[in-house]
Design a protein around this ligand. Structure first.
Ligand code: BGC
Length: 544
């Protein structure tokens, strides 16, 4: 594979890059290890599989990879139920495999970001085994324990995000323990400074192994209200009501202000290691203020992950301008990170209506994400235009979907294996049947086929990422203007005198581009756009 064109690579360290650290405006590629590449033929992806394909990722032009959990785990929540924070699950390989992955990534100029799951762990973790053994052991207060009400029922009305009460009775200890997710994922008690110290030590373990940053999982759930007050009923009548959790305003079980002090400790740790990047995953559009607060000032995390696009049913100009305006370029406001897809959300091309203009829409949305101010995360397969695979009930793996079937959309459909080649039954992902089907439509979009086709989405994705890298105004410029009228969005970004304007047609009918003469020279025309007209999902980039 050809080396990356050095003229398109932004220097990696803050010092070399001048005013901006490497991650400022970076594009990050999310790897879901179970579904990226299987090297040992067991149908499940692994770390050596990732390492063997990192040249493909580097060739996209991205700055970093974010690798979802690969830690020791019973895999009830596919790795987000960690049983040993400093270990690699044998399904994925060994610590040496991880070191090799980091070394290869760094050799290719890719930074490595990993998940840190601090909100909860697996009930198989030795900490929980000790904590549940008595009420006075050294780890008795490492989880959130509470007595039942006098009638034997749970301490309050809090609901788990996955389903049912957030309290699970533990007969050994004769108390309930709190879990925001599965009962097998007890919540760690981050009000306890010892727990914080231990988790920071976990972070140090991975930083010492050379990682460049963390995606910090489920930050909203780090700390609860110790008064254990009941949550009030949901105040938003439009809220989707599939799970008990949706019937309440979840104000006491999550979002305690003490979380921000802990985030400052996380940042203090990562800053010791120089040019690192931390991004808070908060989740839910209802937590917008909390999300922003995670990245406020210069003591908390470097960025926070905006959820505006991940669960949106419709992609509109209003949505884009609204999301960007939430993060103004004012002192103290943090730096956003955007994603259209991830391992939790339905694939965007299946979620957003494209009125039959599928191919145009796929190019349009890649151009759009590369135009946003902030960091961007592309989820594996997004560069190929993968769709949500329809997983029949018998094959569903997602524990949340199994509990709420068929009312919540299974996350499995977005977690299917990456198709490397059209030439093999399982897309070259594995020699044996994968843990989830590849999906016929997605198989037809395999990497080998798209690599050879100069007009493919894959090649367009590379072009857009490299364009963003090459133009400072697109990579980290301020927003001079974000306006919309009907289906037309005009987004102007500026940096150091460079002014770039994107015009996007979000609709399926051709529209006039307006007066483009003053906006400069055409740099990019997507889907047949011209100075005069924007066809369905057409987009035009001008510099001047
Ligand atoms: C992860 C999910 C996971 C949940 C509980 C989320 O932030 O992205 O995949 O199920 O945390 O750990």
């Amino acid at each position: 594979m050809a080396d990356r064109d050095p003229s398109l690579i932004i220097p990696a360290s803050g010092a070399e890059a001048g005013a901006h650290p490497w991650w400022y405006g970076a594009s990050i590629y999310q790897i879901y290890p179970r579904s990226f590449m299987d090297s040992n033929g067991d149908g499940i992806g692994d770390l050596p599989g990732i390492t063997s394909k990192l040249d493909y990722v580097a060739d996209l032009g991205v700055d970093a990879i974010w690798v979802s959990p690969f830690y020791t785990s019973p895999m009830l929540d596919f790795g987000y139920d960690v049983a040993e924070f400093r270990g690699v699950d044998p399904i994925f390989g060994t610590l040496e495999d991880f070191d090799a992955l980091v070394a290869r990534a760094h050799a290719l100029g890719l930074k490595v970001i990993i998940d840190q799951v601090y909100s909860h762990c697996s009930m198989q973790h030795r900490w929980f085994a000790e904590s549940r053994s008595s009420r006075d052991n050294p780890k008795a207060d490492w989880f959130v324990w509470a007595d039942p009400k006098p009638d034997g029922t749970p301490p309050n009305n809090w609901q788990s995000i996955f389903s049912g009460s957030a309290w699970q009775w533990d007969a050994r200890r004769g108390q309930f323990y709190f879990h925001n997710f599965l009962p097998e994922q007890p919540d760690l008690n981050l009000h306890n400074p010892e727990v914080q110290d231990e988790l920071l030590d976990v972070g140090r373990f991975w930083l010492d192994r050379g990682v460049d940053g963390f995606r910090v999982d489920a930050v909203l759930h780090f700390m609860h209200d110790p008064s254990l007050a009941d949550n009030p009923p949901a105040s938003d009548p439009d809220k989707m009501r599939a799970r008990g959790h949706d019937f309440q305003d979840n104000i006491h079980n999550q979002g305690h202000p003490g979380i921000f002090k802990f985030l400052e400790r996380v940042r203090g740790l990562t800053d010791e290691y120089g040019a690192t990047f931390t991004v808070a995953e908060v989740g839910g559009t209802g937590a917008r203020d909390f999300t922003k607060a995670c990245a406020e000032g210069d003591k908390r995390l470097n960025s926070a992950y905006g959820f505006d696009f991940l669960y949106a049913n419709k992609l509109t100009p209003e949505l884009v301008c609204g999301a960007l305006q939430d993060w103004p370029d004012t002192p103290g406001t943090g730096w956003p990170t955007w994603a259209f897809e991830n391992h939790d959300a339905p694939r965007a091309v299946s979620r957003w209506d494209h009125g039959g203009h599928r191919d145009e829409f796929l190019r349009f949305k890649l151009a759009l994400i590369c135009a946003l101010r902030g960091n961007i995360i592309l989820y594996q397969g997004e560069e190929l235009g993968l769709e949500q695979v329809d997983i029949p009930y018998e094959l569903v793996q997602d524990p949340e979907a199994l509990r709420n079937w068929p009312l919540t959309l299974s996350r499995d459909g977005a977690r299917t294996p990456l198709p490397w080649t059209t030439q093999s039954e399982f897309g070259g992902f594995s020699e044996s049947e994968p843990w989830l089907p590849v999906g016929e439509t997605n198989l037809a979009q395999a990497i080998d086929r798209q690599s050879e086709d100069s007009t493919s989405l894959l090649n367009f994705a590379k072009q857009m990422i490299n364009l963003r890298n090459a133009k400072p105004a697109l990579r980290h410029g301020r927003i001079e203007d974000c306006t919309h009228q009907g289906d037309l969005l005009q987004l102007t970004r500026e940096e150091g005198g460079q002014r770039m304007t994107w015009l996007f047609n979000f609709g399926t009918t051709e529209i006039a581009a307006g007066s483009t003469a003053t906006l400069g020279e055409i740099v990019e025309a997507v889907n047949g756009a011209t100075r005069e007209k924007l066809p369905p999902f057409g987009a035009l980039l001008l510099e001047g």
